[in-house]
Design a protein around this ligand. Structure first.
Ligand SMILES: C[S@@+](CC[C@H](N)C(=O)[O-])C[C@H]1O[C@@H](n2cnc3c(N)ncnc32)[C@H](O)[C@@H]1O
Ligand code: SF4
Length: 459
């Protein structure tokens, strides 16, 4: 499929990634630890009933220049131990406030690099969780790992701790690309790590890649994705490199090394898309892929895909997210709350027995309606404003008012071939439109028609 240059020029604008609505730049510091405590108690009476736990390990042993994550360089074992003690305490503080009949459907460990800390610390926290919560049948217990820090014994210890989903940050298979961004290459072949994980029943593997880094071309990235197909992960992500040097200073270094131009970068994305869709993978959202038989692909076909800060999930596994650790974002039905960013400030606050909330946001009813529409279009590539009206018990005209709906803007998207519109209320994203899904979502966002503000570009 060819995407005309004119569309790329027109739509390559700064727009939010919409991993949440309202986006994280709305969070404010008037939201306090006491507000978070109250929100946890209130969340017991809200939907979804399931509990999703997120544990953030901010530590890394080396800084990758492209990194846009909340990471913190340290090898100081004392500091790490104090942080882990704080996370354990925070888990118990939240547990005290939760209705004990609610069940855990997801546990996700993210970072930074969770596997940069000793495996027995991870195992200890998993035991604490198992001893204090009950679980749904077949919960998702996931961890993000840097493959350079994984060996056979560490992987076995993670399996023993109960992990059944592993996400490996490959980024690129080429050593020159990784060296150039200050990232260590895996010590054992990725195919061996994946086969070790897959040798255990009920495990799943995701591989993360980034396109748009120095030294990458359409050809090299195609080779990387071809190799990924041979390894055959259940899921795979091709992240568009988000260049935000005003937030992440180290990214400036990449400018001098030569970042690929927008057209070459789009070529990488399209090459990956072609290889993956021709080899049994279903595209999910903008940058995720899952094997055609994977539960995420099946959920997409049935328009039952959902998304929270833990990533894509089926409606069965989705839960309100309770986050632990520095920068962790809790995503309750009516509140977002983010912990202090500095790991040591976080540790001090939890030591004192208070929540470490740095900022947050209360989501009002109008925003819940907008969120519903944006989530549907981002996840299921389809939204019916009639169905939204039914959920919120409002006429379609009222939903359109809340969205600040502009007939003209949507006609333009349809004329550009990005979506189809039925009866003025059902919106279906076309294959070309998938590439511009963030732009389409932004037209449903009354604060941000078409894209303004300081976000990474949509392509
Ligand atoms: C928390 S990070 C990585 C976990 C682990 N520390 C690692 O590096 O493998 C999750 C993923 O975000 C992606 N990522 C990091 N920085 C990014 C950026 N600036 N733009 C796009 N994706 C990025 C990478 O693909 C990475 O695997
Ligand atoms: S990409 Fe991963 S390993 Fe590299 S600095 Fe960021 S969080 Fe750490």
């Amino acid at each position: 499929m060819e995407i005309p240059d004119s569309l790329i020029t027109k739509y390559n604008l700064p727009v939010p990634r919409y991993t949440s609505y309202p986006p994280a730049n709305y969070f404010h510091s008037n939201f306090t630890a006491d507000d978070y405590k109250e929100a946890i108690i209130n969340s017991n009476g809200e939907w979804p009933e399931n509990i999703s736990l997120y544990i953030h390990i901010p530590f890394c042993t080396k800084l990758c220049y492209f990194c846009g994550c909340n990471s913190h360089l340290t090898r100081d074992q004392n500091k790490i131990q104090q942080y882990i003690d704080a996370v354990r305490k925070e888990i118990l503080m939240v547990k005290m406030l939760l209705d004990p009949s609610r069940k855990v459907s997801q546990v996700h460990w993210g970072g930074g690099t969770p596997n940069s800390i000793p495996a027995d610390m991870i195992r200890g926290i998993m035991e604490l969780i198992k001893n204090n919560f009950s679980f749904i049948a077949d919960p998702e217990i996931a961890i993000e790992c840097h493959p350079a820090l994984l060996d056979e014994s560490y992987t076995d210890q993670l399996i023993a701790a109960g992990f059944n989903r592993f996400s490996l940050g490959i980024q690129d298979f080429r050593k020159d690309v990784l060296d150039n961004v200050n990232r260590d290459s895996p010590k054992i072949p990725v195919e061996d790590i994946v086969s070790q994980i897959k040798s255990y029943d009920g495990t799943g593997v995701n591989l993360d890649f980034i396109y748009g880094l120095p030294f990458q071309t359409k050809k090299t990235f195609s080779d990387t994705i071809e190799k990924a197909v041979q390894i055959s992960p259940d899921r795979l992500v091709t992240f568009s490199y988000a260049h935000v040097p005003w937030i992440k200073k180290a990214q400036k270094i990449l400018e001098s090394k030569g970042l690929p131009e927008a057209k070459e970068k789009l070529g990488m994305f399209k090459a990956g898309y072609k290889i993956l869709t021709e080899n049994g993978y279903t595209p999910i959202g903008l940058d995720h892929y899952a094997k055609n038989e994977d539960e995420l692909s099946v959920a997409l076909k049935n328009r039952k895909l959902h998304r929270n800060f833990q990533g894509y999930c089926t409606r069965e596994t989705t839960g309100q997210v309770y986050a632990f650790g520095a920068t962790g974002i809790s995503q309750l039905e009516s509140v977002y709350a983010q912990n202090e960013k500095d790991p040591y400030d976080y540790t001090d606050l939890i030591d004192k027995g208070t929540f470490a909330t740095g900022k947050g946001y209360r989501v009002n009813r109008k925003e819940k309606i907008i969120r519903q529409v944006i989530t549907e279009i981002m996840c299921n590539e389809y939204v019916s404003l009639e169905e939204t009206g039914d959920i919120f018990n409002l006429p379609v005209e009222e939903i359109k008012n809340i969205l600040g709906f502009s007939e003209k803007a949507f006609e333009e998207l349809a004329d550009d071939g990005l979506l189809t519109i039925k009866n003025g209320v059902i919106f279906k994203v076309t294959e070309t439109g998938r590439f511009f899904i963030r732009n389409i979502a932004s037209e449903f966002d009354p604060q941000l028609k078409g894209g303004t503000g300081r976000f990474s570009r949509s392509l």
